[in-house]
Unconditional design. Structure first.
Length: 267
């Protein structure tokens, strides 16, 4: 990876005031994992077969694209610990990270795009593009025209779990982001493991702890019920909790905490 790029991303995460809880010096996120994938990797076309033809390739988003920069922002230990204690709804710290931490990630995307442009390169953040869409109906259920999880897998940062999250070397409790650029960089991808390798259930049939952690039974041995999960996360009960917490949204994250893959790849 280009050292200057990595240094700038880490500096922004470390110094940007937006990565702080209200009235506190505590960050929402720890230092990130960063991965690079080539924009001409065959996997992007494969996603159009696996996810759907609506999922755009890097070069469809940015003509001449050469590299996809993806990052994993691990949720801090204190926030994860607060959410471990919950059984029916997310903690205040988790909800603040989900709402205000996501605002920081938007700022991070914009900063990295501007920084690359200052170096003379073209760059776009797919989720901030006007054409980005979240689809409520598709062959795979809830989906979008650019998946940050699939971009992270393409960049070698992790594999998928029973609950559809991405298990990375820093675990599954995180937020993701990506930027596409026409700057040619060395890929960080050596050889991708099976797309479900890091999940103990998919690897050897054990675990399944995330099933019991879900407050609305949206996870089973058959996988993740996206519609049931979404109905809870964005439903009236959670909306009322958001008003109590003072956050636009709360997230949930119970299946990402108090599980073996919370902060590492389980062994």
């Amino acid at each position: 990876m280009d050292a200057t790029l990595g240094d700038e991303i880490r500096r922004f995460v470390r110094e940007e005031p937006g990565n702080r809880f209200p009235g506190s010096d505590r960050p929402y996120f720890d230092q990130p994992l960063i991965g690079l994938a080539t924009a001409v990797d065959p996997i992007w076309r494969q996603y159009q077969q696996i996810i759907g033809p609506f999922h755009r390739t890097p070069q469809e988003i940015l003509p001449g694209a050469a590299t996809v920069i993806s990052w994993v922002m691990p949720v801090t230990r204190a926030t994860r610990e607060s959410n471990r204690r919950q059984t029916a709804q997310p903690s205040l710290e988790w909800a603040q990270t989900r709402s205000f931490g996501d605002d920081f990630l938007v700022a991070m995307r914009r900063h990295l795009v501007a920084w690359l442009q200052q170096q003379g390169w073209q760059a776009v953040a797919p989720q901030l593009e006007p054409n980005w869409q979240r689809l409520t109906e598709s062959p795979v259920g809830l989906a979008s025209t650019w998946s940050e999880r699939h971009a992270a897998y393409a960049a070698g940062l992790g594999t998928f779990s029973l609950n559809d999250g991405l298990i990375t070397p820093r675990g599954i409790a995180h937020r993701l982001g990506s930027v596409i650029t026409d700057c040619v960089m060395l890929t960080t991808v050596a050889e991708r493991p099976h797309y479900q390798h890091n999940c103990l259930y998919h690897r050897n049939g054990t675990c399944g702890v995330c099933i019991k952690r879900c407050p609305v039974a949206a996870i089973s041995l058959d996988g993740h019920d996206k519609e049931r999960c979404s109905a809870f996360v964005y439903g009236e009960q959670t909306e009322a909790l958001g008003l109590q917490y003072g956050t636009p949204i709360t997230g949930c994250g119970l299946c990402q905490t108090k599980v073996p893959c919370e902060q590492q790849i389980p062994v």
